[in-house]
Design a protein around this ligand. Structure first.
Ligand code: ADP
Ligand code: MG
Length: 470
């Protein structure tokens, strides 16, 4: 059995076991590099895919590899960036490994989970923020490590933990994750997450009602106090005094305190020195804007969470251009997915560029957008568009190659010319290398047939129609 066959068989077995979106995202551009002395070496195109596959799928891959080839005893992952090349000899096109009907099964939460989520939400924590779905890169590695340490051993080494960084870089995500994680590890502990605005409001209310007892009870009986955006305590003297006492009491009892701010403690003007000194007693970590690779990994993570399909080049485009915050990055992705959903099409670089241009007009986006309003009526242009979309050459599209990666674009192209440009089967046949009109009819029928169950094809065709200005 050659490497390609081996890998195809393995992927066929793997595919029904995991979500389609994950399958496509992580296993495209992969292949078997070597199979020797019981060791199967699987090549992946980049370190992300490598890390991800290693952490999530290695055991499954080994199990399935043994089924395909019983001599295999272990599986190793290696990064081979050449696998991204279109014609790499070893790789298998995952999109050909098909499951036409994707059934969505909703996992019923078990009792424990329900209880946990209730518990968490009653304490103002959003369960969607976890350390697990916080993507780690050079700009936040230390912050993530400190957060993990605190979740495992609250109130010991890193106390207080002070996280600072610019807007939309993941501070709230980290703080909330710590709360969620502590509750997961120690279900009996009391965790309170509060923004400094809310904290201030509660103090003001207590003062107005001459009743600070309730307030004191609430905050001095917690095992972990998390205060977000402490910079808003600036110049609020009464709040600071109250916070100082709460802080000291909790600290003396070895309770965990976690604080975030948009700047380091020393630069917090309007905050009492004694508070700043307290903050400096513990661990201070910053979060920075993630680099390109981390941004791409964040996008891939979000795409998985939504079980959406977004082409890699679209993710790369967003990751490359959104450089101001993770919130912006996420915002663009969400809009792109929402729009594609509404139109039942696939997000494309052009559609994303249009969204980004609306949010923040820039020349480089216009470059991508400007072709959109034009209506394409020329067969050659349709061929070019389709070949670009599928990453093949126009010659592949009109030629006679029988490979599936050429056949699909060819059939799609004939279908679009027939349905959108209303050309006769005879004429289309001539334009496609002098084919017989029955071949064209057959291609159009085939596409029509696939469209009944292949959601991916529906989206591809809708995206193409949009690019044609239809
Ligand atoms: P901040 O509190 O620093 O203003 P947030 O924590 O609200 O920022 O983050 C903004 C959005 O970006 C959130 O939806 C969060 O989940 C996401 N985000 C930020 N950093 C990361 C990361 N490293 N991995 C995954 N998601 C992230
Ligand atoms: Mg925040």
């Amino acid at each position: 059995m050659n490497f390609k066959e081996l890998w195809s068989q393995l992927l066929e077995k793997l595919q029904p076991r995991i979500k389609r979106a994950h399958f496509v995202t992580w296993f495209q551009d992969t292949g078997v590099i070597k199979n020797e002395n019981g060791v199967l070496i699987v090549g992946v195109p980049n370190p992300f895919a490598g890390d991800w596959i290693k952490s999530k799928y290695l055991d499954t891959l080994l199990e399935l590899a043994k089924e395909v080839d019983p001599t295999i005893e272990s599986v190793e992952i290696e990064v081979h960036s050449s696998l991204s090349a279109k014609d790499h000899a070893h790789k298998v096109d995952v999109k050909k490994i098909n499951s036409p009907v994707v059934k969505k099964t909703r996992k019923l939460p078990n009792k424990n989970e329900v209880k946990l989520i209730e518990g968490i939400s009653s304490r103002c924590l959003n369960p969607k923020y976890t350390l697990d779905n916080y993507v780690v890169g050079p700009g936040n590695r230390l912050a993530h490590a400190a957060a993990s340490a605190v979740s495992v051993k609250p109130g010991s080494t890193y106390n207080p933990l002070f996280v600072y960084g610019g807007v939309g870089l993941g501070k709230t995500h980290l703080l909330q994750s710590i709360g969620n994680e502590i509750l997961r590890n120690f279900p009996d502990k009391t965790v309170v997450y509060v923004t400094s605005e809310k904290f201030t409001n509660e103090i003001v209310e207590a003062i107005q009602k001459y009743d600070s007892k309730k307030f004191k009870q609430k905050y001095r009986n917690v095992d972990c106090l998390i205060i977000d955006d402490i910079q808003f305590l600036a110049n609020k003297d009464r709040t600071q005094v109250e916070f100082f006492h709460t802080f000291n009491e909790l600290y003396d009892m070895n309770k965990q305190i976690v604080i975030s701010s948009d700047r380091p403690p020393k630069e917090l003007s309007g905050l009492e020195d004694r508070l700043v000194n307290r903050f400096e007693m513990g661990m201070i970590v910053d979060v920075q804007m993630p680099d390109f690779e981390t941004r791409l990994a964040i996008l891939q993570k979000k795409v998985q969470n939504y079980e959406a399909l977004v082409p890699v080049e679209v993710l790369e485009f967003i990751a490359y251009h959104c450089q101001s915050s993770v919130r912006e990055l996420e915002g663009v992705l969400k809009q792109a997915m929402a729009q594609a959903d509404l139109e039942n099409s696939m997000p494309t670089v052009k559609s994303v560029a249009a969204i980004m241009d609306k949010l923040c007009p820039k020349r480089e986006y216009k470059e991508f957008v400007k072709e959109i309003p034009r209506i394409i009526t020329d067969i050659e242009e349709v061929i070019r568009l389709v070949s670009d979309y599928y990453n093949v050459t126009p010659d592949n599209v009109v030629g006679t190659g029988r490979k599936r990666e050429f056949m699909v674009p060819r059939q799609v192209c004939m279908y679009l010319v027939r349905n959108e440009l209303k050309q006769s089967y005879e004429h289309i046949g001539e334009e496609f290398g002098g084919r017989n009109h029955t071949t064209v009819m057959h291609a159009c029928d085939k596409v029509n047939g696939y469209l009944k169950y292949d959601q991916r094809l529906v989206r591809d065709i809708n995206a193409l129609k949009r690019e044609m200005g239809m």
